[in-house]
Design a protein around this ligand. Sequence first.
Ligand code: CA
Length: 472
Amino acid sequence: MPNPRPNILFIMSDDHASHAMSCYGSRINQTPNVDRIAKGGMRFDNCFCTNSICGPSRATILSGTYNHVNGVTTLTSPMDNRQTTFPKLLQGEGYQTAVIGKWHLGHGGMHDPTGFDYWTVLPGQGLYHNPIFYDMGHETTVEGYVTDIITDRCMEWLDNRDPNKPFCLLCHHKAPHRPWEPDEKHADLYEDIDIPEPPTMWDDYSNRASAAREAKMRIDRDFRPQDLKQPVPEGLSPEQDKRWKYQRYIKDYLRCVASVDDNVGRLLDYLDEKGLAEDTIVIYTSDQGFFLGDHGWYDKRFMYEESLRMPFIIRYPREIEAGTVCSDMMLNVDFAPTFLDYAGIEAPREFQGCSFRPLLTGDFPEGWQTTMYYRYWMHLAHHNVYAHYGVRTLQHKLIYYYADGLGQPGAVDDPRPPEWELFDLEQDPHEMKNVYDDPAYADVVKGLKAELHRLQKEVGDESHPSELPIRD
Ligand code: CA
């Protein structure tokens, strides 16, 4: 008898970098419950987002398309819910579907969630304490801490579902997004210890394009009072001041993560208690990575490793061997076709990703991607990060800061001189030295530019006009 169609429990947090998960070898915290998924399934070490920012990554996950196709290029371009998404297709084939928690793809009319039997989502970024939810469009305030409430609501929905039909539940946490407000239970966690600093915390942005120097996400300079929540002690040297701010920031971030981890454990326990663990694909991921003091920063947006990489762990005892690791390249645009594959639904032609189901059984399909295309559109907005696109291979990364708003919603139309960066990830895993102008890499540059343009053509995107004179 064939396996039943699996349930899908997709748990996604917001801004949780893989280097703050112990199953990824975190130096700074433990995540025992998230680790249960990795121990029981597979960990992906090279899962990347195609645009490292909340709404755009979410739109890509749902629609299986890049942002220039789904229209969610920035935080101020809401999703048109008339598009085809994987939950819609699952719902159409008899799955019970729900999204609970963060949405961040707009509200009202054609921006509300569609394809879900039930949805209850936070407006915008949502609140940590006593959050407002839109329950199928009706506003309600719920007392308590947002990570606990989202989990409670997931379990309530699971309790009330039809057990004779498969389900797909999207549990989307707000945490650990800024402003990093912990719950009471974890408020004193790490109080008496110092969290280790990342090796690149004292980066001075030399040997890089000016984009890194111009970004406004520095832990020593750019926090708001509501981020730090306490006045900075007087009389500190600049070095002490930066160290104090790092500790203040990272401890609150990790406290929010600890609550997410507890609540992942609650959902895993629920599956065990109800006898659902065997038949349920469980995923834990985050919409992108995050700088945890790396390069002296918080936030994301850059194509640099810490923000490009998504944690992705997946458990499905019927098909995935426990405790396995995959270092093949996989992208957020590949999630939707994979879920459809498991449900026995053919992905529509407009989906741009590919099912990575073969990777989950240890296969490497011929022609599987070894390069990826990235594009950040929201020029200068919020953290003064220049718009850029680039290509990453298994060894190199080429970035072009075209540094132009191009009239995108929320982007600033104030162009800057374009610049290139090349990193040799084997020689320089922390991306501290741009070797674009090094003659030794001239052939690498040429090859990567060709690959960049090939990928742009493949996904239907276009190079910035400033690049055209030097194109082959
Ligand atoms: Ca995010």
